[in-house]
Design a protein around this ligand. Sequence first.
Ligand SMILES: Nc1ncnc2c1ncn2[C@@H]1O[C@H](COP(=O)(O)OP(=O)(O)OP(=O)(O)O)[C@@H](O)[C@H]1O
Ligand SMILES: [Mg+2]
Length: 248
Amino acid sequence: MSEELLRIEKVGKRFGKITALQEVNLTFNKAEVVGLVGDNGAGKSTLIKIISGYHTADSGSLYWEGKKVRFRLPKHARNMGIETVYQEQALAPDLTIARNVFMGREPSNALGIMQEKLMEEESMKVLRGLGLRIKSPDQLVKKLSGGQRQGVAIARALYFDAKMVILDEPTIALSVKEVREVLEFVNQLKQKGIAVIFITHNLHHIFSVADRLVVLANGEVMTDVRTENSSVEDMSDIIVKSTLGALV
Ligand SMILES: Nc1ncnc2c1ncn2[C@@H]1O[C@H](COP(=O)(O)OP(=O)(O)OP(=O)(O)O)[C@@H](O)[C@H]1O
Ligand SMILES: [Mg+2]
């Protein structure tokens, strides 16, 4: 049976006159991959920014493992085990792979000196575990391919024992081969019992990995279905119709 990890109840968010989310109710279960889809401006990024403590909701509640929580800062969500890879690049391109894996949580010794060697060893372990072929943890992230960058962000989530990983458009601007790598990372997260929320505009990408699909339109949940009970055609119809509905 599926076990509830995160429940969102009647969450609303406005930006001035714009209603980005209205009374959103959703449940995310442990080890479940949920595809979050919907047109530009539907509210997808706003929703995951609320889950990850980057924005606070104006109304409604969040329950993490059954307990009511209020994330006022990204670190509150991170401390609970929610790792988010944002649409706006989450990595520091001019830093090494190892530094990126540990960013903001660098281990230091008793004298407060950063433990570079430990970071390098640990990041190599987790990257290899993901099947990522990296020559050296000293490599700068800007020298990596798009797929490898996603791998580094996901390695960070794995190292810090995330229970939920949120990916905002992880396959955008990637080559076919890189997309396949990212989808494979998502499968690995699922196999490790980690829940994934995957935002995308590409229904083909999400259909191959998601257990469930949620369509947002104009800040509301239009559809919430199991992938096996839907099809790419059905979903794209729903998205197109929900957008047209907003225009008339
Ligand atoms: N920081 C902000 N300030 C003002 N308006 C915002 C802000 N963030 C989002 N919005 C507005 O809220 C609505 C939802 O935006 P959001 O970014 O959540 O959409 P999205 O579904 O992620 O779209 P996309 O697929 O283009 O990334 C849009 O109308 C957007 O313009
Ligand atoms: Mg977005």
